[in-house]
Design a protein around this ligand. Structure first.
Ligand code: SF4
Ligand code: MG
Length: 319
């Protein structure tokens, strides 16, 4: 397998200063996460809101500075890069956000906005840049006339295609998509997902696809990682995960959505209690306060990720 990006023991803690005795505590948003992306695949990162999946994506790109850990791309640890080296790596790793509209200057034409991205990266002369913008707009399904339109003249799905064009235009290897279709109507969602798949083929891209929506992630991912309270608790090829979920948390998430094959009997698990605070995550297994199978050992020892059959990995004392 051809690994393109390796995330090793990544941590992102946010300090919070309390007024009480000036105590300083930390939100452990990403708490020792490791996984790899294989060239050309889509890796889905799922979990409920607040589990740390978006923070993981942003920390990989160093839009947020990591607290600890390594992110290896092309033999280099991104977390150690500065200045030009960091800028060069940023050309290879791009991000598509849930709502691209907020980052599009309302007073500029879409063509100008896209061209500015090329300028920042010092790519091409004026004529080449215009050509490249027209070309990319075309790839995401627009015509020449759209170059001259303003962001407000586009619908939600169209704006998401502009966001994708802006990521694509500097020819990256990896795109991190953070909830790219969550704000869209279901009918528009599948159009954008299909476009993402076509673009991936054509441009030879690797995706890290972040979403809370298990249906969407299933549609687009080759492999899936499940996050809970800042930890990766399970990782598996997509079909295997949906037919044979192992971690009790994954089983609980899947219990809430319809079974794809009615002949496959899936254990139903209901989540009890609230998600604990990431300031004070539970000892041992972070899921033990809500797990119907919790044993004594779960309160003391943190389960390590084990690889079982079919590249299926799980961090749980049951296995
Ligand atoms: Fe449940 Fe224990 Fe497994 Fe955690 S390690 S998911 S508490 S059985
Ligand atoms: Mg998020």
């Amino acid at each position: 397998n051809d690994v393109i990006l390796e995330v090793k023991n990544l941590k992102k803690y946010f300090p919070i200063t309390g007024s009480l005795n000036n105590t300083v505590s930390q939100v452990k948003a990403v708490n020792d996460v490791s996984f790899s992306l294989i060239k050309g695949e889509t890796y889905g990162l799922v979990g409920e809101s607040g589990c740390g999946k978006s923070t993981t994506g942003r920390t990989i790109l160093r839009l947020l500075e990591p607290t600890e850990g390594e992110v290896i791309y092309d033999g280099q640890n991104i977390n150690k890069l500065k200045g030009n080296d960091l800028r060069n790596i940023r050309r290879e790793l791009q991000m598509v956000f849930q709502d691209p509209y907020s980052s599009l200057n309302p007073r500029k034409r879409v063509g100008t906005i896209l061209e500015e991205t090329l300028k920042i990266h010092k790519m091409g002369n004026k004529k080449e840049r215009t050509e490249q913008v027209m070309n990319i707009l075309n790839k995401v399904g627009f015509q020449r006339e759209h170059y001259y339109r303003f962001p407000h003249e586009f619908s939600g799905g169209q704006r998401q295609r502009i966001g994708l064009a802006r990521a694509l235009i500097i020819n990256p290897s990896i795109i991190i998509c953070d909830e790219p279709v969550s704000a869209l109507d279901v009918s528009i969602q599948s159009q954008v997902l299909n476009l993402l798949e076509d673009i991936q083929q054509e441009f030879n891209l690797t995706y890290l696809f972040i979403s809370h929506d298990l249906g969407v992630v299933r549609h687009i991912s080759d492999r899936i990682g499940v996050m809970y309270l800042g930890k990766l608790v399970e990782e598996s090829p997509t079909d295997e995960l949906y037919t044979n979920p192992l971690h009790p948390y994954t089983k609980a998430l899947l219990s809430a959505i319809p079974v794809p094959n009615p002949f496959v009997k899936r254990e139903k698990i209901k989540l009890i209690g609230e998600i604990p605070s990431p300031v004070n995550p539970p000892s041992g297994c972070v899921f033990h306060t809500r797990c119907p199978f919790a044993m004594d050992v779960c309160k003391q020892d943190e389960p390590i990720m084990k690889t079982l059959d079919l590249e299926h990995k799980v961090a749980c004392h049951l296995y």
